[in-house]
Ligand binder design. Structure first.
Ligand code: ATP
Length: 263
């Protein structure tokens, strides 16, 4: 597949995947990811969308240097994925928040700052600003187990943003939440993103979530995992709740649905 043309927020490609293939073991017959070419612009919000097993998480982990590709190259602002990781360019939010239950919310957000050897007052100040950003200032001294699932995920987002990453990688962060919480968190995430301006790569298997959040939706198909379409989402920003029931929204969702192989 040709590398998608660059249009939109900025013309600078921040992440470039070139001919990326991934086989988990020599014995494995199926490629988890096959020959993926993709450029992601600086400041862009991109969704990786597809059914279970199509390689979304694998691609995200490859970008984060948590896995190494069997073939192909990953370039992040002129560096390898490993160099980008060591430069702390990535913040990662997983499907489950993975918070430390014995640490209060503020201490959880401060955790990644401990390795940066910032003065304690500065760590606390940064954590408090992030908790304000995600609307949890009042819960700084609570323990994670005293919060709802959606609030815990907001703590995880604040923690991922603590090192001020250029790139936020999110692996189905809201899929364990009910539909109401998920839609609210979608709106909150966009409000946070508009303030921090990082590049976001967001894994989901929800078409409405991908359309609502993204500048572009990358559609993947399974066995082997291939990039089958890249769909531009020209809905204006800021995105509003009303847009979810607009003709344009349904048209885009239908176009994405049709782009799945075999449809
Ligand atoms: N650690 C692993 N070892 C071997 N095979 C793996 C491993 N992790 C994933 N796979 C395989 O790679 C393929 C892609 O998996 P991946 O988890 O990336 O898909 P996904 O689209 O994120 O799925 P889901 O939506 O269910 O999380 C699948 O066929 C899966 O079985």
């Amino acid at each position: 597949m040709a590398i998608p043309a660059l249009t939109g927020r900025t013309e600078i490609p921040e992440i470039e995947l070139t001919d990326i293939s991934m086989r988990y073991s020599a014995a494995s017959e199926v490629l988890a990811v096959q020959k993926v070419n993709l450029q992601i612009r600086k400041g862009e919000f991109v969704a990786l969308l597809g059914p279970s097993g199509c390689g979304k998480t694998t691609l995200l982990r490859l970008m984060a240097d948590l896995l190494q590709p069997t073939e192909g190259t990953i370039n992040v602002s002129g560096k390898t994925a490993k160099e980008a990781r060591l430069d702390r360019k990535y913040g990662i939010v997983f499907q489950h928040p993975v918070l430390y239950d014995w640490r209060k919310v503020r201490q959880n957000v401060m955790l990644p700052l401990e390795v940066l050897s910032l003065p304690k007052a500065e760590r606390k100040d940064r954590a408090d600003r992030l908790l304000e950003l995600v609307g949890l200032s009042k819960f700084a001294d609570h323990y994670p187990w005293q919060l709802s699932g959606g609030m815990q995920q907001r703590v995880a987002i604040a923690r991922a943003l603590a090192i001020e990453p250029e790139i936020l990688l999110m692996d189905e962060p809201f899929s364990a939440l009910d539909e109401f919480s998920r839609e609210r968190l979608n709106e909150e995430l966009l409000a946070i993103w508009s303030k921090v301006g990082s590049t976001v790569v967001f894994v989901t298997h929800s078409i409405p979530e991908a359309v609502f959040l993204s500048d572009r939706v990358c559609v993947l198909s399974p066995h082997p995992g291939r990039l089958t379409a890249v769909v531009d989402i020209p809905l204006p920003r800021p995105r509003t709740r009303e847009m979810r029931v607009s003709d344009e929204f349904f048209r885009l969702a239908a176009r994405i649905r049709d782009s799945f192989e075999g449809v």
